[in-house]
Ligand binder design. Structure first.
Ligand code: AQP
Length: 343
């Protein structure tokens, strides 16, 4: 249960580090839309461009990907009137609180993050300082809104735990009860969509193989081809979940089907148990095209008017700053920073 002292507020973000994938859609954006529409929360959704540059981004691609991500949010059902839609760099309080949290978080905490280990790999001496500090900025993204809930995919669980650790350490060190202990919301049949080529690897927008992922901008032919070529095993589908044990690729396709069709994996297996992949894959491809084609069509329409996207983001930043500026100022007061005075 979240602390009743805090306004129920949802924050989540996605990096404009490439085109949106089906993993981002099922693991994150679909949940963002649900939380917006269910009511009871203020919702803030962000294109985390400052996070994206922790690894090299071509500037023109970053601009395009940020606008395309914004189009993807809106085409998927995020309403910029109901939700606050922003890109991180237009709301400077994210980076400013991020600096304070760089001074609260400990090196040892950061070094234990699996995303850091995965992304820096063996060449950590050559990784950016920003990549190491990524989770402190992510904590600031969330806590600069006093967000109480954060919908994310399974891979972000550890960063959410660190966000709670940073909030707790700040509150403890300064003897305040200022930052909430945010709840992760990791729900649905596809909290971890896997690569279509390797069931042990997450589907990722930066995977070098385009066949490993479904992009939200893929057309019907590309979607059907990628699903047809997806790695599977020679067995028929089981009728019960336990029959998916040790079959990560089969499990992944069933989970994708379930999430796209708003069903549980159990329900899907009840219907398709006993069928071969030769039969199931075309069913999945038809479903994916039916669900994704309207979104990609709407994305293309929105991308044809980039000025309108820029206006939405500028307006979003204005609304966001009405929340973030007072929270940052109060943080600075707690830390002991001298405030400006009227001249
Ligand atoms: N495969 C996935 N399954 C379920 N959820 C996923 N998410 C990402 N991939 C999957 C969720 O999408 C949100 C945004 O993620 P992100 O773009 O900020 O960073 P990421 O997790 O690093 O995503 P990618 O696609 O793997 O990006 P790159 O390749 O740039 O690192 C998060 O809620 C995440 O859980």
């Amino acid at each position: 249960m979240s602390d009743p002292k805090f306004t129920p507020r949802v924050f989540s973000g996605i990096q404009p580090s490439g085109g949106l994938t089906l993993g981002n859609y099922l693991g994150a954006i679909k949940r963002f839309v649900d939380m917006q529409d269910q009511g009871g929360f203020e919702t803030v959704y962000c294109m985390v461009d400052l996070h994206a540059i922790t690894v090299w981004q071509d500037p023109a691609d970053l601009t395009k990907n940020t606008r395309e991500l914004c189009a993807g949010f809106i085409a998927s059902g995020i309403d910029p009137e109901k939700s606050i839609l922003i890109n991180q760099s237009q709301v400077p309080e994210h980076a400013q609180l991020g600096w304070v949290f760089n001074c609260v978080a400990r090196m040892g905490w950061m070094g234990r993050m699996t995303q850091w280990k995965d992304k820096a790999g063996k060449n950590s001496e050559n990784a950016s300082l920003g990549l190491f500090g990524y989770p402190a900025l992510m904590a600031a993204d969330i806590l600069v809104y006093h967000a109480t809930h954060v919908p994310v995919g399974e891979d972000q669980k550890q960063h959410l735990e660190l966000t709670r650790d940073i909030a707790a350490k700040f509150n403890h060190d300064y003897k305040v009860d200022f930052f909430p202990l945010t709840e992760p919301v990791i729900e649905g049949a596809a909290t971890r969509v896997m690569s279509l080529r390797d069931g042990s690897k997450k589907m990722s927008k930066s995977d070098p193989s385009d066949m490993a992922r479904i992009n939200m901008t893929d057309d019907a032919d590309a979607i059907a081809k990628k699903i047809r070529k997806a790695k599977t095993d020679p067995e028929a589908l089981p009728s019960e979940i336990k029959g998916l044990e040790g079959r990560p690729e089969a499990r992944n396709l069933v989970n994708i089907y379930a999430a796209l069709n708003d069903q549980s994996a159990e329900e899907v297996l009840r219907d398709v148990g006993g069928r071969q992949f030769g039969e199931f894959k075309p069913m999945l491809a038809d479903l994916a095209v039916a669900k994704l084609a309207p979104i990609s069509g709407e994305m293309a329409r929105l991308m044809a008017a980039p000025d309108e996207i820029d206006r939405i983001l500028t307006r979003g930043a204005e609304r966001a700053r009405a929340i973030t500026a007072p929270i940052l100022r109060k943080t600075y007061d707690i830390v002991g920073m001298v405030p400006p005075v009227a001249l």
